[in-house]
Design a protein. Structure first.
Length: 69
């Protein structure tokens, strides 16, 4: 299922960031640089609107398949 949100932060050294979901009441969700789906893997700027899917692995929820919205 596709979700939408905006980039809240991105740490280039760690290669991870947070997305603030558009759904009311949802907590920010983390993502790794490897989840970026566009060709050059350039990290998205803060405030950029993205679509993403949610993955849960070992009890940890994260955003995957990030795409420009």
């Amino acid at each position: 299922m596709k979700h939408f949100g905006t980039v809240e932060s991105f740490d280039a050294i760690k290669g991870s960031g947070l997305i603030k979901p558009e759904e009311t009441g949802k907590s920010p969700i983390g993502f790794e640089k490897s989840a970026i789906s566009w060709e050059n893997k350039t990290p998205p700027p803060v405030g950029k609107r993205l679509s993403y899917e949610v993955s849960e692995t070992n009890g940890k929820t994260s955003a995957v398949n990030l795409q420009n919205a």
